[in-house]
Design a protein around this ligand. Sequence first.
Ligand SMILES: NC(=O)c1ccc[n+]([C@@H]2O[C@H](COP(=O)([O-])OP(=O)(O)OC[C@H]3O[C@@H](n4cnc5c(N)ncnc54)[C@H](O)[C@@H]3O)[C@@H](O)[C@H]2O)c1
Length: 401
Amino acid sequence: MQKITILGLGYIGLPTAITLADAGFTVTGFDTNAEVVNILNTGRIHIVEPGLADALKRSMDGGRLTFTHELRESEVFYIAVPTPFFSEMGRISADLSYVSSAAEMVGKVIREGNLVILESTVPPRTTKMLSEIIEKTSGLREGQFYMAHCPERVIPGNMLSELKNNDRIIGGRTKEAGERAKAIYERVLVGGKVRLTDDLTAEMCKLTENTFRDVNIAFANELSIICDELGIDVFNLISLANCHPRVKILNPGVGVGGHCIAVDPWFIYEQFPEEAKLIYAARLRNDAKPRYVADRVSKAVAGKKKPVVAVLGLSYKPDVDDLRESPSIELCHELMQRGLTVVACEPFVPGDVSGIANLPLEEAIDRCDFAVVTLAHTAFREKKELIASKPYYDCVGLMKH
Ligand SMILES: NC(=O)c1ccc[n+]([C@@H]2O[C@H](COP(=O)([O-])OP(=O)(O)OC[C@H]3O[C@@H](n4cnc5c(N)ncnc54)[C@H](O)[C@@H]3O)[C@@H](O)[C@H]2O)c1
C-alpha cells in the first residue's frame, strides 16, 4: 500500500505525514482547520518543532507530500485528531467527538481492502467503536477493510528522531490488520521495533505508560510534602533511594501538567472508577500540589505588607513553551486567591499569561519579596545566584542540584 492520507495535521499528524513521505509513501495531509491546510500549502509550519520546517520543505519538494481541504479516496487512513477531556458534574470523560467524526469522514470514502490506523490516544474499546462507525457509514464489514490502533509515544522537541527510533505498539483488530500496519511502520522505523498485539492491549498500553509516570510522580510529590515536614531535602532523598538497583522514583514538582500525563489516567478511571483507586488517588495528589505550594508560600510571606511573589516558570515542563494544563499557572491563581500579588517569568512565552505579568527574570526578582521556582528552565539554572538573592521555595530541586 503506497497511498496514505493523514487526518489531523497537528503535533502528531504533521511530523507523521513528513516521516511517511520520507520513507517513500505518497502522503496527503487533511485537516478540518482550513487555515492549517493553507499555511502548510505555502510550505510553512504552524507548530513549533525543531527541524520540522526543513523536513516539510524536503518532502514537498520531493513531490511525496501534499495537503488538501477535501478528504478523498486513499489506500491507508491515519487518524491523528485530538482526544481532550471534559468535566461534567464532577465526572471527567474523554471527548471522543473528534475521533468519531474522523471515523465518519473515513467511512464516506473508504473502499474494500483499505487500512485505517488510529494514532490518537483513546480510552479502552474506542478502536472497536470507530470500526463500527466506519462499518455503519461505509456499508462495508470489518474484514473488508482493516483497522489497527498504533498509539503515538513521541515527545515534542525530538519528534522526527523518535518517530523513527521508538518502538511501536501495533494493535490490530485482526491478525491481517496488524500485519498490514506492521509492514508500513517497518518501512519508517530505523532504530525502533514493531511490537504486534491486539487493539485493546494497545489502547491500554499507551494509557498505562502515562499513568505509570503519573502515579510515580504522585509518590514523589507525596514524599516532598513529608520531607518538608521533616526538614530534609527530598531530591537528595530520592537520589539516594534510587541508588538501590530496583528503585526508580521520579522527581516531584509543582504538580503534573501537559496534555498527556495529566489527562490519560482519567481515560482508565472513567471506565473503572471502582477498580482504579490508586490511579485516582495519584491524580488527586498531583492536582493538589499547586494548592500545597501556595499554602507554604503564603505562610512564608505572612506578616509582610503587600507581599509580591515571583513564580519562575509557567509552561508545563522545562525548556518548552507549552502552557497546556500547566500546574504553575494554577499555582499563580491559588496565590492570587490568597490575596498575594503575583508576577512571573516564563522566558519561552512572550507577553503576559492568563492575566499574570510575565517579566524578565531580573525584573521579576527585583520586584518580588519571595520567589517560587516551578521549572528547571536552563535560563534559570544559569541565574541561581540572582534567584537566591531573595527568599525562595524550590519545587524542582534546581537551586541545590
Ligand atoms: N502532542 C503530543 O505530544 C502527543 C503525544 C502522544 C500522543 N498524542 C495524541 O495524539 C492525538 C493528536 O494530538 P495532537 O497533539 O497532534 O493534536 P493537535 O491539536 O496538535 O492537532 C490535531 C489536529 O486535528 C485536526 N482535526 C480535528 N478533527 C479533525 C478531523 N475530523 N479531520 C481532520 N483533522 C481534524 C485539528 O484541526 C488539529 O489541527 C491526541 O489523541 C493526543 O493525545 C499527542
